[in-house]
Ligand binder design. Structure first.
Ligand SMILES: [Zn+2]
Length: 267
């Protein structure tokens, strides 16, 4: 990996996870996102639940054709760490199969739902030849100061901010090998929901929240100067006025001379 690289991860789980799920049109959301990506001619990584690959195969074939990478994100957004061995095997095998059937090749990467994972998952993925995971995460300090954060989170912001700054000193900010042949691509910034809050997809975010999120990511980018991962959710970033948040972030990354790449290109 040379120069400044950025990856846009979009955890794709509408209808299975996320608030107000029944109101969202999945295909319409993905088309809002790909419109913005297309405007800048950049690609993203869609971490997708296996069930959605089964339900919308053509949509994912089309995304891949456009140069985007499709990775896996569980079957129906299970908490994998809490599954027993039998269920874990069942869920992983089923999502892997749905992926291979839809796209005609094996998946390269995986992000565990809720970023909750254990050694069993890593070993399974390694055995099956996956090249990357993206799980390592931190509650970066900006999360505690977000105007959209719950009052009890904001109430502890001073101490939590110090704690987060301390944690960040030992946080890996570049990709590293987690097992032979398997790389970890850490989340070097807050997730969208941590900054924008869990707003209703039927409503726009207040301008104040949008500005806060973009500024917070900018600060985090300055603290992770060579490798930046933007971590979004399809149901949040595709609705209301939030495609414009994606628009602003791509524009910022390009103005700072980041190369926006897929995960596979880095591994
Ligand atoms: Zn998820």
């Amino acid at each position: 990996m040379t120069g400044k690289n950025a990856i846009i991860f979009i955890d794709t789980e509408s209808g299975l996870e996320g608030p107000w799920r029944e109101y969202l049109d999945f295909g319409e959301g993905i088309s809002q996102i790909s419109k913005v990506l297309h405007r800048y001619k950049v690609t993203a990584v869609f971490n997708t639940c296996g069930k959605l690959l089964e339900l919308h195969p053509r949509l994912f074939v089309e995304l891949e054709k456009q140069g985007h990478e499709i990775a896996l994100h569980g079957w129906k957004h299970e908490n994998l760490r809490m599954l027993d061995d039998q269920w874990l095997e069942k869920v992983l095998a089923r999502s892997h199969q749905a992926y291979s059937q839809t796209l005609g090749h094996s998946p390269y990467g995986f992000r565990a739902p809720w970023l909750d994972y254990d050694q069993r998952l890593l070993e399974w993925l390694n055995r099956k030849g996956y090249l990357w995971v993206s799980h390592r995460h931190l509650f970066f300090r900006e999360r505690f100061f977000s105007p959209a954060a719950r009052p009890e989170i904001r109430a502890g912001q001073r101490m939590a901010g110090l704690w987060a700054s301390w944690q960040e000193r030992n946080f890996p900010k570049v990709p590293y090998q987690i097992k032979q042949g398997l790389k970890e691509l850490p989340l070097t910034s807050s997730m969208d929901g941590e900054l924008l809050g869990l707003v209703s997809p039927l409503q726009p975010s207040p301008a104040r929240d949008v500005d806060y999120a973009v500024n917070a990511w900018h600060q985090q980018l300055l603290r992770a100067p060579n490798f930046f991962t933007l971590n979004l959710h399809d149901w949040l970033i595709s609705s209301g006025n939030r495609p414009d948040v994606l628009n602003k972030m791509i524009s910022l990354l390009l103005s700072q001379n980041y190369k926006i790449t897929t995960a596979r290109q880095i591994t």
